[in-house]
Design a protein around this ligand. Structure first.
Ligand code: NAG
Ligand code: NAG
Ligand code: NAG
Length: 361
């Protein structure tokens, strides 16, 4: 409803045009699942997979909108949560070719009503951070969940639970780990201590071995490749995944007649000052309803019985009873790509964004 109100500020028949624009903005943002207008501090790169899904969603009209085929799960929101952890330097580990990363993903971006469908850790080696000559490096990768005792007065000594252990190559590919169950537990308050990702170099050619030894620093550490980690979170907001409607009248013919019908309206997000947080689309054809609902109300105006009676009364008493309103009766969805307040990239599917048909109500 809020989306609808926002879009039809221009509709002469609706009272909302007199309301404060800030209230409208807030209502609209709330319907997008946002508490306030995002003010991203950094415009990080948009993961290519999100672009791909977005482009497909633009074309895909007849499919069930509340599934994400790329991940094979139900959902209308895909978030790329940025890692907010740090490298743990433990010089006492006695392991010169080891590095441990504490990874932390803030799950508070998810609203309570959202159902988590998938949380997938994606880890990539930052290739320019490491000499290309060490292509034959391999690592043992261990992933631990971090848990803490919740007893009062006790030392909150973090303990670890091994989740996964595998060997990985130093390759340009992405390492993917399904962390759905763990991420679900992170949504409970005070339960998210993140994970620890430990890497240990296991294979070095003889020649490189020499080089590496030389690179072990005073602290007993070997230079290790940098990692980029993110958590892909797919979720479903059941309140925003109604029955799928076909997008039929995308571009509407311009006709001069003054009866109630959809009119073409392109909303440019620049015009509302949102270009700094909405990545795509830059705008879209939203349309709006405008026109008269004259007596006698023809069938093509899709009037309710009430509207038909109202036009009848209006024809007798034009001053005392207004005509019914020309309002949207069929709307279709679009997808949007944006930065949230934590600089995460979010792809989200929104119902009721485009007016397809109007009616007299
Ligand atoms: C997680 O994000 C929320 C707002 O999105 C913020 O209030 C909270 O402090 C963040 N938590 C951490 C541990 O950074
Ligand atoms: C991820 O793990 C969850 C829970 O263990 C499982 O139900 C789901 O099928 C897995 N998803 C994928 C894509 O592997
Ligand atoms: C009324 O609905 C029909 C289909 O149900 C549609 O073709 C027509 O365009 C609608 N009328 C208006 C004014 O949008």
């Amino acid at each position: 409803m809020a989306v609808l109100k926002f879009l039809f500020l221009l509709s002469f028949c609706m009272v909302v045009r007199t309301e404060n624009a800030h209230i409208q903005e807030r209502l609209f943002l709330r319907s997008l699942g946002l508490l306030s207008r995002p003010r991203p501090s950094a415009h990080g790169p948009v993961p290519s997979v999100l672009w791909k899904i977005f482009k497909k969603a633009e074309k895909r009209r007849e499919l069930d909108a509340c599934t994400v085929p790329e991940y094979g799960v139900k959902g209308n929101i895909v978030r790329y949560l940025l890692d907010q952890g740090r490298v743990i330097t433990d010089s006492s580990s006695g392991c010169p070719a080891c590095v441990e990363h504490h990874l932390y993903f803030n799950m508070s971006a998810l609203e309570d009503v959202e159902q988590l469908s998938l949380a997938q850790l994606e880890v990539k080696f930052k290739h320019d951070s490491f000499p290309a000559t060490r292509k034959d490096l391999a690592f043992n990768m261990h992933i631990y969940g971090v848990v803490r005792s919740a007893l009062k007065g006790m030392a909150h000594e973090p303990s670890r639970r091994l989740l996964l252990s595998q060997s990985v190559e130093f390759t340009p590919g992405t390492i993917r780990v399904n962390l759905t169950d763990l991420a679900e537990s992170w949504r409970r308050p005070g339960k998210n201590y993140g994970i620890v990702l430990a890497l240990q170099a296991t294979r070095l050619s003889n020649e490189l071995d020499q080089n590496c030894k030389a690179e072990i620093t005073d602290q007993g550490h070997m230079e290790m490749p940098e990692l980029i980690a993110s958590l892909v979170v797919v979720s479903l907001n059941p309140q925003q995944c109604g029955s799928r409607k076909k997008r039929s009248a995308y571009y509407l013919p311009v006709t001069p007649s003054n009866v109630c019908k959809p009119r073409r309206l392109y909303i440019d997000f620049k015009d509302v000052g949102w270009q700094d947080w909405i990545i795509a689309p830059q705008g879209y054809v939203a349309n709006y309803c405008h026109g008269e609902c004259p007596f006698p109300l023809s069938e093509s105006l899709n009037g309710t019985n009430h509207a038909i009676l109202q036009t009848l009364v209006h024809s007798f008493d034009p001053k005392g009873t207004p005509q019914p309103c020309c309002v949207p009766i069929k709307l279709s969805p679009i997808s949007m790509l944006y930065y949230d307040n934590n600089d995460n990239v979010v792809l989200r599917h929104y119902e009721d964004m485009v007016v397809d048909e109007c009616g007299c109500r």
